[in-house]
Write a protein that binds this ligand. Structure first.
Ligand code: AMP
Ligand code: MN
Ligand code: MN
Ligand code: MN
Length: 285
């Protein structure tokens, strides 16, 4: 049974992080695809929020503020979405600024790692794709490796490079789980585990991750998202119920050329889950 059939897409990226479209272009695309409630969730960055809200209003869509925070947990990078927070809150602004720090040096080291396997000029190449100087990411390197003919597409890049054990990978220490959840909740938002199916946790580690997330005040989990399989919709729907978490839905759209799932086109949330937007009704703009 479908509980709440609202076309909510609460996860995507603009040129303010590693997407290729502007907030205005994303809003127009979301509207064209039937999205009714939208959130822009740039990585570690909320400077696109004012534009995104204005663009949503211009398109006649409802809007929730958003971000996707990079977190180091048990030696792995995980992502925590924040939705419905006050984007003028000083705590979340400072926390995200701190989280963005170190990306430039990391990028230089990534470039050195790629040079060691004979691929040169990647730092300068990646910079051509960067929309926000504080947010050079692996995605920008991936675009350069495609442009220069090293790989056919960005998915091949992440299979061969830039991931743990592969050339160009540089471990990085992001925010702690506790910090990320606190920044969001203290700014009146809700913290959500992004795409849990993407992490390489053992069942015990995954249980510990969910427990610790809850203990810090985390309240939601992304169930229907671009990188989940249908089996993962079921698995994480069950985990939402087991851990008494709100459920979220978001495409994680980055680019018309790269993203397999377009804005607003995912299946609905499975029935019997409580959609995160019900708990955020008072924060919708
Ligand atoms: P960074 O924050 O610099 O570590 O870059 C992370 C971004 O790289 C993610 O948000 C995705 O956009 C992209 N990414 C990471 N792993 C993959 C993958 N396996 N396939 C496609 N994109 C990926
Ligand atoms: Mn990304
Ligand atoms: Mn992510
Ligand atoms: Mn994302």
């Amino acid at each position: 049974m479908i509980k709440t059939v609202l076309n909510a897409d609460l996860h995507c990226h603009s040129v303010v992080s590693d997407g290729t479209l502007t907030p205005e272009e994303l809003a127009a695309r979301a509207k064209a695809n039937g999205v009714e409630l939208w959130a822009l969730t740039d990585h570690d960055e909320i400077s696109g929020q004012t534009r995104a809200l204005a663009a949503a209003k211009a398109q006649g869509m409802q809007y929730l503020t958003g971000t996707e925070i990079s977190v180091t947990f048990a030696g792995q990078t995980v992502h925590i979405l924040g939705l419905g927070f006050d984007h003028e809150n000083a705590g979340i602004q400072q926390g995200l600024r701190k989280t963005r720090g170190g990306r430039g040096e990391r990028a230089q080291e990534m470039s050195e790692g790629l040079a060691q396997v004979g691929i040169h000029g990647c730092y300068e190449g990646a910079l051509k794709y960067v929309g926000n100087p504080e947010l050079i990411s692996r995605t920008h390197f991936a675009r350069y490796l495609v442009e220069s003919g090293v790989c056919a597409d960005t998915h091949e890049v992440f299979r061969k490079f830039l991931t743990d054990g592969k050339p160009g990978f540089v471990p990085h220490r992001w925010a702690s789980l506790k910090e990320a959840v606190q920044w969001i909740t203290e700014a009146k938002g809700i913290a959500i585990i992004a795409h849990p199916g993407r992490y390489n946790f053992t069942p015990n580690e995954e249980f510990a991750f969910f427990m610790e997330f809850k203990n810090h005040g985390g309240q939601g989990v992304e169930v229907v998202t671009g990188s989940h399989t249908v089996a993962e919709y079921v698995k994480y729907g069950d985990m939402a119920k087991e851990f008494d978490l709100l459920a979220s839905r978001g495409s994680d759209f980055h680019s018309p050329e790269e993203s397999r799932i377009d804005l607003g086109t995912l299946p609905w949330l499975p029935g019997q889950l409580t959609p995160v937007w019900e708990a955020l009704a008072h924060r919708i703009q």
